[in-house]
Ligand binder design. Structure first.
Ligand SMILES: NC(=O)c1ccc[n+]([C@@H]2O[C@H](COP(=O)([O-])OP(=O)(O)OC[C@H]3O[C@@H](n4cnc5c(N)ncnc54)[C@H](OP(=O)(O)O)[C@@H]3O)[C@@H](O)[C@H]2O)c1
Length: 303
């Protein structure tokens, strides 16, 4: 268990609403860091273990909110947040609400407007780690909203992990969260589909991983080299000197046809092939593969 921080000299009261697997992890971290914690959950029994460790169990949401200058929210969705806090708007006035519930940028904007209406200091946030990592110093939590609110409550936010403030635009935390998950699922699906291709020839996932993850990903799809190429995306500069999108389309066709020949699901490579074909149709065929970024950006209307 982590040592308790000496935070007694400042107001260390925190309220937490929502005790699912993530809320329970947040509560443990806050208790470990010496906060005076008050909790509320729809199913009160989930607080039993926390109460045994010194947390206070509020009977109502209003009582919970009134117990601390800051309330952390970790519920299943934003609709539930309104259902729960509509009963405590008077107590919320002048206090801070930090919402760690997952959602969309539009939901975050609606929550900011709701908070402004009730004169609540609102921060929107996203947790980038699973429950067992909460409380570790490198557990990244993303936040967006007013810098002053973030600064005033920095000690509480640091007790749960490594808080990163992304800007005043309230939608940024969930947008970053969604973008990172998008990257995670694409990477996972790439690995799973590639492993299925090899499984069609009775190669085990472990055997394939030796080459794929031991050598190919670190040296060929090396993330440091992607970071070096990020400025090209910002500059829309995709020189095709070392390989063109036309050449990559050949590779994507081979992956699609091989998947079909091997009896492996061909949906993922076919989609990638179609994306490359669209980019070529828009004139990017002589540029390098990163030019598909132009297609991704242009799929949405520009403001
Ligand atoms: N678990 C993870 O690995 C993880 C990682 C990152 C982010 N998150 C995010 O953290 C948030 C919480 O996740 P979770 O894993 O703790 O579980 P969850 O199932 O998403 O949320 C459970 C919480 O929501 C409450 N709840 C659900 N419906 C309710 C209702 N109608 N009225 C009042 N309360 C209601 C539950 O109360 P009861 O206990 O009474 O059912 C419980 O407190 C989610 O937004 C999730 O996306 C989770």
């Amino acid at each position: 268990m982590a040592p308790k921080h000496a935070i007694e000299q400042q107001d260390n009261r925190v309220t937490l609403v929502g005790l699912g697997p993530m809320g329970l992890a947040l509560a443990e971290a806050l208790l470990n860091q010496g906060h005076s914690l008050t909790v509320w959950n729809r199913t009160p029994g989930k607080a039993d273990g926390l109460v045994a460790q010194g947390a206070g169990r509020a009977q109502t949401v209003s009582e919970a909110v009134a117990a601390s200058p800051i309330t952390i929210v970790c519920l299943n969705d934003y609709e539930t947040m309104y259902r729960v806090f509509d009963l405590a708007t008077a107590e919320l006035e002048g206090r801070a609400l930090v919402n760690l519930t997952s959602g969309t940028p539009s939901e975050a904007r609606t929550a900011l407007a709701w908070s402004a209406e009730h004169r609540v200091d609102y921060l929107d946030g996203a947790i980038m780690v699973p429950p067992p990592s909460v409380g570790e110093p490198d557990a990244v939590f993303l936040y967006s909203g007013e810098q002053g609110v973030f600064d005033r409550h920095h000690a509480v936010l640091t007790s749960m992990g490594d808080p990163r403030h992304l800007g005043a635009d309230i939608g940024l935390a969930v947008l970053y969260n969604t973008a990172l998950l998008d990257m995670m699922y694409a990477t996972m699906n790439g690995w799973l589909h590639a492993t299925a291709l090899l499984e069609s020839a009775n190669v085990s996932a472990q055997k394939f991983a030796e080459l794929a993850l031991g050598w190919f990903m670190p040296s060929v799809v090396d993330y440091a080299s992607l970071a070096e190429r990020a400025p090209d995306l910002d500059a829309a500069d995709y020189p095709g000197t070392l390989g063109t999108l036309e050449m990559n389309l050949n590779a994507l066709e081979h992956i699609t046809r091989t998947s079909e020949e091997q009896g492996v699901h061909s949906g993922p490579p076919r989609l990638m092939k179609e994306i490359a074909e669209h980019a070529i149709a828009r004139g990017h065929g002589g540029q390098n593969y990163l030019a598909v970024y132009e297609l991704f950006k242009k799929a949405r209307p520009r403001s």
